[in-house]
Design a protein around this ligand. Sequence first.
Ligand code: XMP
Length: 326
Amino acid sequence: DWNSGNVIAEQVARIRAQVGGGRVLSALSGGVDSAVSTALVHEAVGDQLVAVFVDHGLLRKGEREQVENDYVASTGVRLVTVDARERFLSALEGVSDPEQKRKIIGREFIRAFEQVQADLIAEAAAEGEPMRFLVQGTLYPDVVESGGGSGTANIKSHHNVGGLPEDLQFELVEPLRTLFKDEVRAIGRELGLPEAIVGRQPFPGPGLGIRIVGEVTADRLEILRDADAIAREELTKAGLDGEIWQCPVVLLADVRSVGVQGDGRTYGHPIVLRPVSSEDAMTADWTRLPYDVLSRISNRITNEVKDVNRVVLDVTSKPPGTIEWE
Ligand code: XMP
């Protein structure tokens, strides 16, 4: 029967047989699937693997450090970080339409990745070992979904940033193809990966870019990053992570309302909390969070985050609302 140790041993043997002495490239997104697939390949072929992490500036607080410090410390993976924050910000300038944002973020991600990819291919070639393989964190449900027309309407284009276009010069290494998400997490834990990565709730590839309703700017990202960090911290402290599927925190950047703080009138933005319970994200209900937890989150956000003077709770199920606001 199923046992993460067996699966690791089996996959390591398969990966070695597939890759031989070849070089392997991988893209880390900060999420579970890319983290575990990359760690498995590293377990199998060590420094024949190099991982790339694109910082698009739409990450949450601490996520880059989690990858650069904790993930690297626990795996020994050779990591190259691409700081693409400026590139994404300028590409997103003046754009408010959600689908447009997704397209731009997906496109810029590929461009940023391709730049470093070219360097790494050249480096490998110079050492006499062509870079021939690319790791993909494809899970069993992804395989099933792409294989059979499920007939579900495409409500939003979902770009899984960190997932890359099929690139014909690479052969894919997909060590998670037979696994479900909870099995992937078990393997990640067995491999000693950081809990913050292995236990992470779903987070969209386009990141905070689709949680700012309105144009994405550096200032707005900072506001949202701070508010999101407070909400996550308080939910974790209250022991609610297991009850919540995910809790998007959304900045209504084009809305302002009047408030009062001390002696002064404020004219700030609202932050929306969107805690949901779900089995598979296809349908969801809003999570009935305890009032005292909501109250703590609200007090802290309005006290600690600049330009935010109101916190509101989204009490819409899916359908009719989607989980994300964009
Ligand atoms: P919605 O908003 O469609 O979200 O109810 C369903 C699930 O998908 C995630 N989501 C995305 N994931 N790229 C992703 O990788 C995207 O563009 C994207 N949009 C939504 C969302 O967080 C939820 O888990």
